[in-house]
Write a protein that binds this ligand. Structure first.
Ligand code: 5GP
Length: 210
């Protein structure tokens, strides 16, 4: 019998879009998925925000100036793009197409607006399109806004004002959770990961892991 890893590797590549309010544990959950399934690739986005700490160009993000970013928008190079917390972020069409065409599944960590743009694009594509077949959108949420406030305060990365802004954004993002085909609550990390993993394996099994 094939292992879960072999099944995922054998199937049509997945395009796993993950969105969540900041502090919901999205990065941790995506990293766990990427660590367990080495065939999965992280989709490196473009952004106009400044690198934080050790973030290397081309690894965490491709860091662009606003002018460079807007030029790529003008040229229609982005599969989706959005303004998040005052900076531009976008996924290049080439990143997704190159990976999927090579049979490699992709994990996209993007905001709800970007997810919505991709969902709309997929709706207009024929059912046998490789991107549409592999498309999976997951929203990670938190048990309550007070839990999120507590997590963000504990993380200690932001000022109280920034935290309040992030919470306001989180409420607006959570109101769009129902647009996603899957929603999971990250209360206990291991439980949330088990759920995420099951959603991914289920999708892989459904689209051609023989
Ligand atoms: P951060 O600056 O903290 O790395 O990311 C801020 C937000 O931007 C997160 O919600 C993240 O998911 C989102 N984001 C990162 N890359 C992209 C992208 O390519 N497109 C969109 N729409 N959002 C992105």
């Amino acid at each position: 019998m094939n292992s879960d890893k072999e099944n995922v590797a054998a199937s049509t590549p997945l395009m796993i879009v993950v969105s969540a309010p900041s502090g919901a544990g999205k990065t941790t959950l995506c990293n766990k998925l990427l660590a367990e399934f080495p065939d999965f690739t992280y989709s490196v986005s473009c952004t106009t925000r400044q690198p934080r700490g050790e973030e290397a160009d081309g690894v965490a993000y491709s860091f662009l100036t606003k002018e460079q970013f807007l030029e790529l928008v003008k040229q229609g190079k982005f599969l989706e793009h959005a303004e998040v917390h005052g900076n531009y972020y976008g996924t290049l069409g080439k990143t997704v197409i190159d990976s999927m065409a090579a049979g490699k599944s992709l994990v996209l960590d993007i905001d709800v607006e970007g997810a919505s743009q991709i969902r709309n694009l997929m709706a207009d594509m024929p059912d046998d399109d490789i991107l549409k077949k592999g498309f999976l959108d997951i929203f990670i949420t938190i048990p309550s806004v007070s839990v999120l406030r507590h997590r963000l305060l504990k993380r200690g990365e932001d000022t109280v004002e920034v935290i309040e802004k992030r919470l306001k954004n989180a409420v607006a993002e959570m109101a769009r959770a129902n647009e996603f085909s899957h929603t999971l609550v990250n209360d206990q990390l291991e439980d949330a990961y088990a759920e995420l993993r099951a959603i991914v394996l289920n999708k892989a099994a459904g689209i051609g892991a023989v």
